[in-house]
Design a protein. Structure first.
Length: 104
């Protein structure tokens, strides 16, 4: 669906690669490390967090804590280190903000 969409980014390839994993265990091409587009690596982290933290028809939500634990424990193995670190930082900031604390 995206292959013919005009964009400065290779949208179709980003989506195609978002189940690839840093150690080569993903699919569909078993790409590894820097062979995976950075945008796909970022999307992979976001996809894992969203899918684990959301309710699915076949299972209840596993919760945001479980999702963040998953990406943290597999940082550099399955998921891009920088993408995981950024995601974790964003969630820590959100928690601080929800508690009414200031952060920069």
């Amino acid at each position: 669906m995206l292959k013919d969409v005009e964009s400065p980014w290779p949208l179709a390839e980003i989506i195609y690669q978002h189940h690839e994993r840093m150690n080569g265990s993903g699919y569909p091409k078993n790409l590894k490390g820097d062979d995976i587009l950075i945008e796909a690596r970022i999307l992979a982290v976001a996809d894992v967090v969203e899918s684990m933290a959301s309710h699915r028809p076949y299972r209840p939500s596993l919760g945001i804590d479980a999702a963040l634990k998953e990406i943290e424990s597999n940082r550099g193995i399955l998921y891009d280190i920088s993408a995981v670190n950024t995601c974790l930082r964003l969630f820590v900031r959100r928690v601080i903000n929800l508690k009414g604390n200031d952060f920069k």
